[in-house]
Each structure stands twice: as C-alpha cells, then as structure tokens.
Design a protein around this ligand. Structure first.
Ligand SMILES: Cc1cc2nc3c(=O)[nH]c(=O)nc-3n(C[C@H](O)[C@H](O)[C@H](O)COP(=O)(O)O)c2cc1C
Length: 441
C-alpha cells in the first residue's frame, strides 16, 4: 500500500522544526506562489483541492471561507483550533512539534485569501512542548519578516499569536473557543450566526483545525488537482489518523482516503495486527464520540463519506481498537465519564444526562444493574441526541451528541454484553486491567 505523504512529507528531516530547516526543504515557496495570486484565486484553488476540515466535521474548507461576507467593514480573523482534546486523537500536536512552519505558512496563505490580518492559534492547555516549539517558530517567522507589518515583503500586515487554553475539552468547540479567546468562560454560542459571519469580537472569523491549514503549503506546492486526485470525489488528499488501543503498533499515521480500518490495524506499515492472537471486537473510528463499529464493519475506507451508511463518522481520526478481552460496558462507562466531566453545564440534557448515564453504566458494570436500566440509558441518550442519523442533537453544541452517540451505538451493537452483566449480576470480564481502556479501575 503506497501512500503519498502530504502533511508528514518532511517530518524527521534535519531541522524541520526550525525556520532554516523548513526553508531548506522548500518552505515558504508555496506562500510566494499564493501571493502571486489574487485572494479570490487562492480561494478557488482551495475549493478545487476538495480539502475538507480535519477537526471533526469534515466541512469543505473553501466553502467555509466563502461564507465570510465581502461587504462587512469589520476586521476579519483566522482562528486555528489546536485544542485537540478528543480522546484517542493525537495528530495536531505532532504537526506543531515536527513541522510548525507548515502551519504558519498555511496560516499566511489562508489570511491572504481571507483578508485577515490577525490569526490566533488556540492551543490545548496541556501542550507544553508543542506550544514551546510553536512559540519559537512564530518568533523566528516574525524576526525574518514573514509576519509583521509586511507579509513576506508585501504590503499586507499579518500578526500571529498563540493563546493557551486551560485544559477544557469544550473549548475545542469553535464558538466556545471564541468565547475563551475573548477572555470569557468557554460556553458555546447559539448558531446561526456562524463564526464566518459573526465570530471573534463579533467580526467575521474562520475557524480551522491545525491539520487543515498545515495542508495548504503542499496544495500550493504541487497543485490543487494533484491534491484532489489523492483522495476521493468528495474529499481531497490524505488523512492523519491516530491508532490506539489493542494492536501491535499504535501510532499516528498518514493514510490515503482509500485505506480501510482493517488495513490500518493489520498492515505492516501501520498497526501490524493484534497481539497474542487476540481478535478485534470493536473499533471506535473517529475519536471516542464516534459511534462504535463492530469487527464486521472494518472494511470501511477512512474517508468522510464512507462512514455515513454505518451511522458513524470519520471525526478527528482517533481510532481505538478493542479486542475480545475488552468489556464493552467498562469501556463505555469510561468514555461517558469523560463527557460527563467535560460538559460545560449550559444545556440541561447534557449537564444532567451525562452524569445520569455514567451512574447507570457504573451500576451495570458493578453487577447491580436491572433490565430497566438499559432502557433508561437509551432513553436518556436519545433525549440528548437522537441517533441515527448523526447531527440531530438537542443541545447548543455537539458535545451532547458526542456523549450520547457512544451510549447508543455500544448498547445497540453489543446489547447482549450489557444484558449478560445484568443477568449474571457481575462483569463477565472480571477486574483484570485488560484492553484498550485497561488502565481504568
Ligand atoms: C465538543 C467539541 C470539541 C471539539 N474539539 C475540537 C478540537 O479539539 N480540535 C478541532 O480542530 N476541532 C474540534 N471541534 C470541531 C470544531 O468545532 C470545528 O468544527 C473545527 O475546529 C473546524 O475546523 P475544520 O473545518 O478545519 O475541521 C470540536 C467540536 C465539538 C463539538
């Protein structure tokens, strides 16, 4: 399986995370090319490339940029989402660590296209090392005259700032992130208006994920058509995914959109199969909020559209493998506890429903469950967000969906395991710390 690398193509090359090293490998040449084009032409290239957002929803990037009103006299902003808190996801941090200038060059290209003179990079609070690398890269680029009063010598001011979050998952949601950037509590906003129309300080703001923007230099280096052709009809390029849980070689891999989950888990260049002859029981395909898949569904390609018929999603590319020794009740309890703790408390279904589901799951796992608990679990989850299809949630933001979807999919697809816990008044897997969520006690 030959994967042409895009985002990771220069990782590991000497000095790649410094300005000198980056330039040695062709860095900032794409920006020069983009600056030769009018902003509208840059936008047209991005549209042509079929680039879709890598933050979770897979929204077409060029289309999002085109929502910024042309006649609004207010300043425009670009906000980069480097919050990366979805469990199972670890890709953006490696872009920041290995190739921070690819993000900065992408930012410059995007700001030129959008007419934005200020960019904020909102980094996850725990990102001590990635943030330090990024700060250094911003300082280098500013000192070299890439940013500042002139953009690479052009009469276009661009200032880039990194802002550190305080470790709240909710601040990855784009409008909560904007509130946090404004110095307020990270509570999501009602939409519409969407940020492209009214975002940071009430001004038009484009929010994009790190990987999305770090992809732009390659698109302008090799062309939008090249990028589009790497992918499928509807999603251009490749994807960075994080493989974790039970497999021989967990890690962060760049894969083609045609790679299947099965390839990722078993192929020699990726996961290298299961340890000790174990078998796959289930796979979470897109961060812990993505509805779980059974082993029979592993043939799905890692492309945004392919997950729809399975009522799941490609999400943030966090792929978690569970084997035959994993207790699905315990796994779900662990996942649900995370969303209960991270609920911001603004919407009643999420604030009350998540802890309620956590209590029910604990009861079932500890052998105190009753048949009515399973019904209650599904009822509470469905009051937060009906499923399928995805995206019908009853809360201001999709954190509600993120916590409800795992419950609905685990209980639907692995019902007999939940019933067995209730019937036997115990966890059939015992207390052994096996499996993807084995650290849990
Ligand atoms: C609860 C919640 C958490 C999110 N966390 C992140 C995150 O950590 N990083 C990210 O890029 N997007 C995250 N998103 C998605 C963002 O709201 C937004 O869609 C994304 O940053 C847009 O960038 P893109 O179009 O480049 O994908 C989250 C969404 C929700 C509902």
């Amino acid at each position: 399986m030959n994967v042409e690398k895009v985002v990771t193509r220069n990782w590991g090359k000497p000095g790649q995370n410094t300005l000198a090293g980056y330039k040695q490998h062709g860095g900032y040449e794409s920006l020069k090319k983009a600056l030769e084009l009018a902003p509208e032409a840059v936008l047209a290239e991005v549209k042509k490339s079929n680039l879709r957002g890598r933050g979770g929803a897979g929204f077409p990037t060029g289309l999002k940029w085109s929502f910024v009103p042309k006649d609004n006299p207010k300043p425009r902003y670009l906000a980069i989402n480097a919050d990366e808190s979805e469990p199972g996801t670890a890709k953006d941090r490696f872009i920041l660590e290995n190739d921070p200038h690819s993000l900065l060059e992408g930012i410059a290209i995007a700001c030129w296209a959008l007419g934005a003179h200020t960019c904020y990079i909102y980094a996850r609070g725990e990102f001590k090392y990635p943030s330090a690398v990024l700060d250094k890269a911003i300082a280098e680029a500013t000192a070299a005259g890439i940013f500042g009063k002139k953009l690479l010598g052009r009469d276009f001011e661009l200032n880039v700032y990194q802002v550190r979050g305080a470790g709240a998952y909710i601040c990855g949601e784009e409008t909560a992130m904007l509130e946090s950037l404004e110095g307020k509590k990270g509570w999501p906003r009602l939409k519409p208006p969407f940020p492209a129309v009214s975002g940071l300080f009430g001004c038009p703001t484009v929010v994009n994920n790190v990987e999305t923007i770090a992809t732009l230099p390659a698109i302008f280096e090799k062309g939008a058509e090249w990028f589009a052709k790497l992918g499928t009809d509807k999603s251009g390029g490749t994807r960075l995914v994080t493989l974790s849980g039970v497999c021989n070689r967990p890690g962060t891999y760049e894969v083609s959109m045609q790679t299947t989950l099965k390839d990722l888990i078993f192929d020699e260049q990726f996961g290298q199969g299961m340890p000790h002859g174990r078998t796959v029981k289930a796979v979470i395909p897109g961060g812990s909020s993505a509805p779980v898949l059974t082993a029979d569904e592993m043939g799905v390609a890692l492309e945004f559209e392919a997950f729809k018929p399975l009522n799941s999603m490609a999400g943030s590319g966090g792929i978690i493998v569970m084997d035959d020794t994993c207790c699905m009740v315990r796994c779900l309890w662990r996942v649900t506890r995370f969303y209960a703790e991270e609920s911001c408390g603004q919407c009643t279904p999420c604030r009350e429903g998540m802890p309620w589901m956590t209590r029910l799951l604990r009861k079932i796992e500890e052998g105190r469950g009753e048949p009515k608990d399973l019904e209650a679990l599904m009822q509470v989850a469905t009051s937060i967000a009906p499923w399928p299809p995805i995206g019908l949630g009853n809360t201001i933001c999709a954190l509600g969906d993120a916590g409800a979807l795992p419950v609905q999919s685990f209980v639907t697809k692995f019902k007999s395991e939940f019933e067995q816990h209730i019937a036997e008044h115990r966890c059939p897997y015992g207390d052994k710390p096996w499996g993807a969520f084995g650290e849990f006690q």
